[in-house]
Structure formats: C-alpha cells, structure tokens
Write a protein that binds this ligand. Structure first.
Ligand SMILES: [Fe+2]
Length: 313
C-alpha cells in the first residue's frame, strides 16, 4: 500500500485560478466534480405512463387543439427528472398521438428517425411516406426513417391513437437537426402499398411472437433505434441484468408485471408505457394468457459505438 504523501504542497500563486477562468481554462487536478466513474450513472429514471389517462387527456384536447394549428395533437412522455422538458430516455422520446376522423396531420421530414406503434385505428387510416400511402392498423409498427417525408390521415369513422417514438434527443445532442415542412403542406400520395416494407403488421408480429417469443422488427432499417416484439404466455418471464442501452416498452396485448431497479413492481396493460433507463436491471412476466410488448431502444447506437462490448467486461 502506498504511503500517504504528507509533504506540504507549495502554495498556489495568488490569482492563478481566476486568471485561468478568464482564459476558459480549468485545472484538471482540481476538478469541481469527477468526470469519469466506474459504471454508468444514468440521470433518467424508470417511469410509467398509462394509456387510459393519456387517451382521456387527448380526447379533452380535441376541444382546443386542432392539427390545423398544431404540428401534432400529441402528449410527450417526459421523463420526470428535474429540469427535463422533453426526452423519455437519454436518446429517445415517445408520445401518444390522436388523429380524429377527417383529420390530416401535415407532412414534413426531419433528420431524426421516427416510428409509430398503432394502438387503435379504424379502416382508412394512413401514413403517407415519400408519396406512398401506407395503411395502418392496430398493433402495426410503421417506420419513417430519417429524411423521409411523412404525414398522416384518418379518412375513417373512428379516432386513431398511436405512440410515436423518435431519436430527437440523440439528434439534438449530436447537433445535426434538420427539419422541413412539405411544400404542398399535405404530400399527395402517388402509390398505395398496404404491404409496404415500412409497415410491420401487428397480425404478422403476433404470429412470429407465438412461434419464437422475441422477434426483431425490421433489423437495420432504422440506424439508431432497435425494435423488438416480445410475446409471453402466462407465467413466462424474462430476466435482464443492467444493460448499456435504455429501453421504452409499450404493451400491445394483455397484462404484464415488471420489476425494475429503483422502481419496484408494476403491472402494465395494453397501451401502457414504461421506460427502463440504462443500467437498471429488470424482469418481465406475462400475467394474462397471452401478452405482448414492443421494446424500443437505442441499442444500435451503443453497438455502433462499441460500448456494448465494454459494458460486458
Ligand atoms: Fe415527424
């Protein structure tokens, strides 16, 4: 064991630190706070959002928010840490959105990648992506990768509710935000592709989950966002150690029970959302005869940067 250095240090010249500060320099040997630590210290916390509450609030907003005036009629799931006004997790944001019958949400494109998970939608509900009309239905996961024009229309007779997921917080931190409104306000559709590659039909996902449990959705289609569909029979469970990626889970069928570090036990039903920030161990257990979740993560970012391997050392 090294002996403590009891030798007195020479005095710091008067005004030395003040002069450094004026030059925007800071002494690395006297940091105000440590800047490295042994394992991740996530600033975001696990949190839950309930579909029923969000849906009621969106219904209420119909009286005073129209897509004519707002970009979208949506409710952002803001991680409840002090000072936060936007991200759900470090790199992702999620929001519940409502499009009423007869409404069209105007078209735009942006550098952030986006996708929507459809909770409830009747016939004649569409997303138009780069001029292609893509039907959306309950349980679908529809992708709008970076810089693809997209707008949404509900020509049916029932309200459409979905959850948007975007990598906006990541793009903001990378300072590479680009955004354009479509010159025609609502992009006209030039083709109709109900079976577009951008659409992962809920019914197909359910079939695949019943065969193999966890299913990777559209691997490689979105550079920054990882997508998995997880199917659980009653009593079936998954245990996960602390991970370097952060996950947002949305339940798409049945009821599950999750145990999350620093949050405890929570039951979630269709449409409910939970965020599990990085470095929080968690487990999921199916409570109903059959339950499903979609897991949305920043895992591809962590993999591309090489940090997944580091986190397993
Ligand atoms: Fe968008």
């Amino acid at each position: 064991m090294a002996e403590a250095n009891t030798q007195a240090l020479p005095p710091v010249p008067e005004g030395y630190f003040e002069a450094l500060a004026e030059k925007a320099l800071s002494p690395g040997w006297a940091k105000k706070k440590p800047q490295m630590w042994p394992t991740p210290r996530p600033k975001y916390v696990p949190a839950v959002w309930r579909y029923a509450a969000a849906r009621a609030a969106l219904d209420q907003a119909c009286d005073f928010v129209s897509p004519e005036f707002a970009e979208r009629r949506n409710l952002i799931m803001v991680n409840p840490i002090e000072g936060n006004i936007y991200p759900t997790s470090m790199n992702l944001v999620a929001a519940y959105q409502l499009v009423l019958p007869g409404e069209t949400a105007r078209s735009h494109r942006h550098s952030p990648n986006a996708l929507r998970l459809v909770l409830d939608a009747g016939d004649q509900t569409y997303t138009i992506v780069n001029g292609v009309k893509v039907d959306v239905a309950e349980g679908d996961v529809v992708l709008t990768p970076s810089w693809h024009w997209h707008g949404h229309s509900n020509f049916g007779s029932t309200p459409a509710f979905w959850i948007d997921f975007l990598d906006v917080p990541l793009v903001q931190n990378l300072e590479c935000m680009f955004f354009q409104d479509h010159p025609d306000r609502n992009e006209a559709s030039t083709a109709h592709e109900p079976d577009s590659k951008l659409r992962n039909k809920g019914s197909n996902l359910t079939t695949r989950m019943r065969e193999s449990g966890t299913v990777e959705i559209s691997p490689g289609w979105v550079n920054t966002i990882g997508l998995h569909a997880i199917g659980l029979r009653q009593g079936q469970s998954q245990q996960h150690l602390a991970r370097i990626d952060s996950s947002i889970f949305a339940v798409t069928a049945g009821t599950v029970r999750m145990q999350v570090d620093k949050l405890g036990l929570v039951e979630l039903s269709r449409g409910d959302v939970i965020v599990v920030p990085c470095w929080h161990a968690y487990s999921i257990e199916g409570l109903s005869e059959w339950s499903q979740l979609v897991r949305v993560t920043d895992e591809p970012v962590m993999k591309a940067l090489g940090f997944v391997d580091v986190s397993r050392v």
